[in-house]
Design a protein around this ligand. Structure first.
Ligand SMILES: C[S@@+](CC[C@H](N)C(=O)[O-])C[C@H]1O[C@@H](n2cnc3c(N)ncnc32)[C@H](O)[C@@H]1O
Length: 395
C-alpha cells in the first residue's frame, strides 16, 4: 500500500474526497479521484481506505476517520470501547510497559498508549505492521515487523497477545490453529499477560488460576480474555456493554455491568414461573447463570438450558425479561391456534434447546392479525415446550 503517499497532505485531501464518494458508483469515484492527478493505484487505495473507514465507524466511532485498515485487520481489530476498558484495567493494575504480540492494525496498542502505557508492538505481516505504525503515530508505541515468538519478554510489566484466529479468509475456532501457536500462548499464561480469545473457547483449555472474562456489546459476545498471573482477580467474569457505550465511561464506570464468580455452580432447577429471563451471552459463556439466578430470585426449568424463571421481574443489564402468558407442550397445531386466537401477526421467535428452525416454523404458523408476541421454544424437564410471552416492562 502507498501508505506514505496517503499520509501526505495531498493523500489526506484525496482520502477526504474518497470519503465523499464511497456511497456512489465505484468506477465514477475512481475517475473523480484520478481527475485530481492521482495515479490509478493511489486512487484505488484511497477508495479502499475510505470504504474501510466507513465500515470501521461501528467499531471505532470518529477515530475511524484518522485510521488505516486492511480488510482482515479491521475484522480482527478490537473495538474501541473494549480496548479502552482493557487498557484502563491494565493501567489501574500498575502496568506501565507492555509487549503487544501480534498487534494487527494496532487498535489495542492505541488504547494501551492512550491509557499511559508504553507499548512495544510486533506484527508478522509487514503491510499490517506499517499500518499499525501509522495508527499509533505520535503515541508511545514502537512497532516492529517481527515474529512474536522471538521477543524477549523479560523487561515488560505485562504482555498482551491477540492471536490471529483465521486461516486464509476463513475463521478458525480451534485454538490449535491460532497464530502465534497455542503452545506459545500457553507459555504466556504463566506471566502477567492478557490473552484475547474467541468467545467459544473450550473451558477445558482455560489455565487454572487465570481469570476468564467474556465481553458482550449490545447483546453480542465479542471476545473472551484471559487475565493471567497477578492480573487475575476472580475465576470468571462477564462484562456487558450497551451497543452505544462511549469512551467517556471506558474506565469501567457508567453503563458497564459486570458479574463475577467461580464458573462452577449449577443454578437451582424448578418450575416455570410468571417471568422468563434470557441471559446475556457473556453470562452464559462465563458459566455465571447460577450467580445471575441468585440476583433475580430465579431458577432454571431444565438442567441444561439457561432460561431463568421468576415470580417477579427485576431490572437487570444481564438478561432480557419476558412476561409469560402461556406455557404449553410444543405442538404446531396448538401453537397456530393459540396465536390465531390472540390475533398475532408479528412474532419474535426465540429458542434454546430446540432443533426447530424459527423461519420454517414462522411460515407454518401462517400468522395473521394486528397483535405482537414473542414465542420461546425450549424444554422444561427434558420435554419440548412453547412459552408465549410479551417483553416485560422493567422501569
Ligand atoms: C487478531 S490480530 C490482532 C488485532 C489487534 N489486537 C487489534 O486490535 O488491532 C492478530 C495479528 O497477529 C499477527 N500474527 C499472527 N502470528 C504472528 C506471529 N507469530 N508473530 C507476530 N504476529 C503474528 C497477525 O498477522 C494478525 O495481524
Amino acid at each position: 500500500m502507498s501508505l506514505t503517499e496517503l499520509r501526505s497532505p495531498a493523500g489526506n485531501a484525496l482520502l477526504a474526497l474518497a470519503a465523499d464518494l464511497v456511497d456512489g458508483d465505484q468506477l465514477r469515484a475512481v475517475e473523480a479521484l484520478r481527475a485530481t492527478g492521482a495515479g490509478p493505484e493511489l486512487a484505488g487505495e484511497a477508495l479502499t481506505q475510505a470504504t474501510l473507514r466507513a465500515r470501521a465507524v461501528g467499531k471505532f466511532g470518529p477515530d475511524a476517520a484518522e485510521m488505516f485498515f486492511t480488510r482482515a485487520g479491521l475484522e480482527q481489530a478490537t473495538r474501541l470501547t473494549v480496548a479502552d476498558r482493557r487498557a484502563a484495567r491494565l493501567a489501574r493494575a500498575g502496568v506501565r510497559t507492555i509487549a503487544d504480540l501480534g498487534c494487527g492494525i494496532g487498535a489495542d496498542a492505541r488504547a494501551f498508549a492512550r491509557a499511559g502505557i508504553t507499548v512495544y508492538a510486533v506484527e508478522a505481516d509487514p503491510g499490517t505492521a506499517e499500518i499499525a505504525a501509522a495508527n499509533t503515530a505520535g503515541l508511545p508505541v514502537t512497532v516492529e515487523h517481527r515474529d512474536a515468538q522471538s521477543v524477549d519478554l523479560s523487561g515488560f510489566d505485562a504482555v498482551f497477545c491477540d492471536p490471529a484466529r483465521r486461516a486464509g479468509n476463513r475463521r478458525v475456532f480451534d485454538p490449535r490453529s491460532y497464530s502465534p501457536p497455542w503452545d506459545f500462548i500457553e507459555s504466556l499464561t504463566k506471566r502477567a499477560a492478557v490473552i484475547k480469545l474467541g468467545p467459544g473457547i473450550d473451558h477445558a483449555l482455560l489455565p487454572a488460576g487465570a481469570e476468564a472474562e467474556w465481553v458482550s456489546v449490545g447483546g453480542e459476545v465479542v471476545e473472551a480474555a484471559l487475565w493471567c498471573d497477578r492480573l487475575a482477580e476472580v475465576p470468571r467474569r462477564a462484562t456487558v456493554l450497551p451497543a452505544d457505550h462511549r469512551r467517556s465511561t471506558a474506565d469501567g464506570g457508567g453503563d458497564v455491568a459486570q458479574i463475577t464468580g467461580g464458573g462452577d455452580r449449577e443454578a437451582d432447577v424448578g418450575p416455570t414461573r410468571g417471568f422468563v429471563y434470557d441471559p446475556d451471552g457473556a453470562v452464559i459463556r462465563a458459566h455465571l447463570v447460577a450467580e445471575l439466578a441468585d440476583t433475580l430470585g430465579a431458577n432454571i426449568a431444565d438442567p441444561t438450558i439457561a432460561y431463568l424463571y421468576a415470580d417477579e421481574v427485576r431490572a437487570t443489564p444481564f438478561a432480557r425479561a419476558y412476561r409469560i402468558e402461556l406455557v404449553s407442550p410444543f405442538g404446531l397445531k396448538r401453537l397456530r391456534a393459540t396465536l390465531r386466537d390472540r390475533g398475532v401477526g408479528r412474532l419474535t421467535i426465540k429458542k434454546r434447546g430446540s432443533a426447530l428452525e424459527p423461519e420454517a416454523l414462522r411460515k407454518q404458523l401462517r400468522l395473521d392479525g394486528p397483535n405482537e408476541a414473542t414465542v420461546i421454544l425450549t424444554r422444561v424437564a427434558g420435554a419440548p415446550v412453547t412459552l408465549v410471552c410479551q417483553p416485560a416492562d422493567v422501569s
